[in-house]
Design a protein around this ligand. Structure first.
Ligand code: GLV
Length: 321
């Protein structure tokens, strides 16, 4: 039987060529749209391996339709889109693409930190709309960055890369997580309880995976603990924040602003968010550089081919399978 692979969406090289080198029959969906679950189910049936993306909802029904499949190689570091427990039960390996998007995502986190504090997009709009009245002592004042306190929630690789950049801005760094991070400690960061981080930070930046514990971690209560001069930055996953509560807090000026790259129900956003001038809103661009997406494509394809060769894929997230 020829080895069959399905690639769910258009992805950059070199992934498709690598996959073509380890499977006889590769179907690559080149349409720039996310397949609805029913279509995805039909496509994965009879496949030996699937290369999927974070926008594909790989629920238990999709995995059941793919029964006998060896691997779902997710081209993303986050894998909350895949029902990993169901995959494990069905003996299907799941992999992700950690590491290769760390620097790009940290860079984008910093784009949001500087952009929201110094009102970069609002300023650009002033120029384009002919509203710049000339320099003024009270005109478009923003928040300071250098020397202000950075609070990192979730002490993984991306948080460490964000903290490395913060050293240049001479920022005291706080972090919260399940266990101490030697990498953050080495940068002079201090581990504190969540509530202390929220009430002491000038920038609260989210770097947790999305799971039952982190869903709505930043809710109305958490937002109330933040300083009225503080900013919330989210380049992790939208549902970590209760977006309706965030809109209320931004409208009421309970926090100074938010820089967001991810949303609770992408590609939609909560009613009212678009009208908040104290929010800087990007369309999930954390890993969106040419080199990073190529590296993610390579990594996902190499995981997939390893599984097809009967090897353990390097980035297996369910080793118990
Ligand atoms: C991007 O959001 C990723 O998880 O790779």
């Amino acid at each position: 039987m020829p080895v069959r692979v399905f690639i769910t969406q258009p992805i950059p090289e070199p992934g498709p060529s690598i996959v073509a080198g380890c499977a006889e029959r590769v179907e690559h969906n080149r349409e720039d749209r996310v397949l609805p679950v029913e279509e995805l189910r039909a496509k994965v049936e009879g496949c030996d391996a699937v290369l999927c993306l974070l926008t594909d909802r790989v629920d238990a029904s999709v995995l059941e339709a793919a029964k006998g499949c060896r691997i779902f190689a997710n081209m993303a570091v986050g894998y909350n889109n895949v029902d990993v427990a169901a995959a494990t039960r069905l003996g299907i390996m799941v992999t992700n693409t950690p590491g290769v998007l760390t620097e790009a995502t940290a860079d984008l986190t910093w784009t949001l930190i500087l952009g929201i504090a110094r009102r970069v997009v609002e300023g650009d709009q002033e120029m384009r709309n002919g509203r710049f009245p000339g320099w003024g002592p009270l005109y478009m004042l923003g928040g300071d960055v250098t020397g202000r306190t950075l609070g990192l929630i979730g002490p993984g690789r991306i948080a460490v890369a964000v903290a490395e950049r913060a050293v240049g801005f001479r920022m005291p760094i706080l972090y919260t997580g399940r266990r101490p991070s030697p990498a953050l400690d080495a940068l002079g960061a201090r581990m504190v309880p969540l509530d202390e981080l929220l009430s002491s930070s000038d920038f609260v930046s989210l770097h947790t995976p999305l799971n039952a514990e982190t869903r709505h971690l930043i809710d109305a209560r958490a937002l109330t603990l933040m300083k009225p001069t503080a900013y919330l930055i989210n380049t992790a996953r939208g549902p970590v924040v209760d977006e309706a509560a965030l809109v209320d807090a931004l409208r009421a000026g309970r926090i100074a602003g938010a820089g967001l790259d991810v949303y609770e129900d992408e590609p939609r956003m909560a009613p009212g968010l678009a009208e908040c001038s104290n929010a800087l809103l990007l369309p999930h661009l954390g890993s969106a550089t040419h080199a990073t997406r190529a590296a993610m494509s390579r990594m996902a394809a190499e995981n997939l081919c390893a599984a097809l060769r009967g090897q353990r894929p390097p980035n297996l997230v369910n080793p118990e399978v």
